[in-house]
Design a protein around this ligand. Sequence first.
Ligand code: CDV
Length: 308
Amino acid sequence: MREIVIGGAQLGPIQRAESRESVVARMIVLLDQAAKAGCGLVVFPELALTTFFPRWWMEDPAEVDQWFETEMPNAATQPLFDRARDHGIAISFGYAEKTSDGHHFNTSILTDTAGNIVGKYRKVHLPGHSEFDTERAFQHLEKRYFEPGNLGFPVWRNMDALMGMCICNDRRWPEVYRVMGLQGAELIMLGYNTPSVNSQDSAEGLEHRLYHSDLSMTSGAYQNAAWVVGVAKSGDEDGHPLMAGSIIVDPNGFVVARAQTEDDELIVHACDMDLCNFGKSTIFDFARHRRVEHYTRITAQTGVEYPE
Ligand code: CDV
């Protein structure tokens, strides 16, 4: 048995005016709860340190850059790293990264239990658009503010397990899980900011969004015999609702923990990495069963090519 008690630390809304220091204080409260619950690893959402700023149209590069971190850890996040190290808890969280040579990415990092960064991932699938869209009720400008990630989908050995990360929209693409599955991933962590419905919209709309989020993660877990931990930033950010629904999924595709609120909330499950062994050695024994000669379209084309 290789058990890691994992916490999914959902964050409620972060208003545009809220400082990083204030958000980090909220994250530390969740971390302390996780320590009490015996967690060895805690996963926080995508862009955990700020509001979901890609909804705002900005033209001035200095205004854009205020949302980005140029180093990690930095003054605002050092207390989070310190508390995690004191508790002996590994953490993963997302933030907007500006590199020393001026590139902008939507990034997640993973630490070991001593607070050292052992993995970095940069979001590959950027949803939305890059120009102001007059047809939209609100903007989704990830394609404007970020470049597609350039690190692929690496998997790291950490805490005697094989761990990978992806971010939000990535979770909807089966290729993401499979590329990590092909490196033996036993745990895939991700955070998300997914727009929800407004109060005047139908409840069915939210039900569908939650279902599609679950479906993406449960199928990714099952088809690669890996644990998946998906953590939301949720609730109303300056009038823009984000859905909740953070979950922990076992390697058989079953949801074993689920958030009940749209606020700061910790979900916890004791995840045995050895539970991945059965699926990886039977139905999803890739080496025995995959037929790559028939999969060439997957990397040879992006859009649909219809038959004559
Ligand atoms: N932050 C995201 O990537 N959000 C997308 C929305 C825009 C569809 C998501 O896939 O949840």
